[in-house]
Design a protein around this ligand. Sequence first.
Ligand SMILES: *Cc1c(COP(=O)(O)O)cnc(C)c1O
Length: 379
Amino acid sequence: MTAVHLPSATEALVRREVVGLPAYDPGADPDEVARTSGVARIIKLSNNESPFGASPTVTAAVSRHLTNIARYPDPTGKRLAEALGRILAVPTERIVLGNGSENILELLCQAVLNPGDLVVTQAPGFSLHEIFPRMMGARVEKVPVTPQFGFDAAAWKHALAAPPKLVFLANPCNPTGAMFTGAELDQIVDGTPESALLVLDEAYYEFARPRPDYPDGLEVLRDRDQPWIVLRTFSKAYGLAGLRVGYGVASTSALVRALDRVRTPYNVNRMAQDAAVAALGDQTHLADTVRRTGLEIARVAARLRGAGLRVAPSSTNFLFIDTARHAHSVALELHRSGIIVKAWREPGYESFIRASLATPGENDAFVRRLLEICGRQEP
Ligand SMILES: *Cc1c(COP(=O)(O)O)cnc(C)c1O
C-alpha cells in the first residue's frame, strides 16, 4: 500500500496518523480502461460485485423514493432493523446499520481505539482492517495464513496473547476466499481475551452458508459473554454495492449505543434502507445468485488449475490466483483487453491477482486472456 502524499503546508495541518495512512486501492477506473483499451464492453472483476444484479423488487422499492428525495432518511433505520431482527432472531437494539459495512468497521475503530492500542488481523487481508485502526493511531499486527491459505493456529495464539484491543477477522477471507472451519473459529474466539472486541466480518456469508462446514458467526458467538460483533453486507450476494448498506449484530445493545454516538445520524440513505428490505424479501433471487456463482467459481477454478495455475480454495464470489508473474504487469495486460482485476500488493503476494466472477461468457474471456498472458495452456 502506498502512503498519501500531501504538499508540506497541508501536511503540517493534518494529523500524523493520517499523513502516514496507506491509500485504499479501489482498482482501475472502468471509464479510463475503456478509453485506453478502446474496448467498449469492459469486464469488471475487481470489486467482488454481483454480475446478476439486485432483485427486481429492489428497483421498484428504489423508484418509489424518487419523488421524496427532499426528506431525510429514518436515522434509526427502523424498518430494515426490524426486518433483520425477525430473520436473525435478535432484538433490534443489537443491530447497527452502516453506509456499507465498511462504515461500521470505521465506527468500531472510532468508538473503541486509543492511540497505541493493538489490533490483530490477517495477512493477506482486507486493507480497511488496517487503514481504519491506523487512522486512530492504533498498531496493527497481521497474522499470516499458512502457505495453503489456511489457519495458522500457533501464529494466532501468539498474536492474541499480546493482548489486542480489537480483532478483525474476515470469514470467508478477502482476498484469499478461503474460510475458517468451526473448530478454527472456536480457537480464535476462545483465544480472544475478554478485554478485546472480536469483529467477525462476514461480507461473503451468503456464498459460504450452503457449505456444511461453514460456521455461521452468529450461531458461534450467540451465547458468548465476551464482546463481539458480526458484520454483513448487501453489497455482495444481494447486489446492492452502489447503494451502500451493511449491518452489524452486536453482543450487546450497549455496543450499538456506543456506535450511535460516533455515527453520522443519517448514515444510511432512504433508498438504501428500503432497497435492503426489498432484497431481504426476495430470497429466491439471492439463492439463484449464490447457486450460479458457486457453479462458476468451481468451473473457472478447475480450468485455471488444469492449466497449471495455483488458485486458493474459494467459498466466495472471487478467486485468488497466483499468476507466477508480476501481478501488476499481468493486470495491465488484462486492462488492455478491457478486463479489470485487482493485482495484489501485500508482501509475498505480489504475483497474485484477485478476480471476482461475472457471467459465464465474460469468465471465459477472462480465462482465455489470462492463460495467454501467463503462457499456459489447457490440457
Ligand atoms: C466488500 C467487503 C466489505 C464491505 O463492503 P461494503 O460494501 O462496505 O458493505 C467488508 N469486508 C470485506 C472483507 C469485504 O470484502
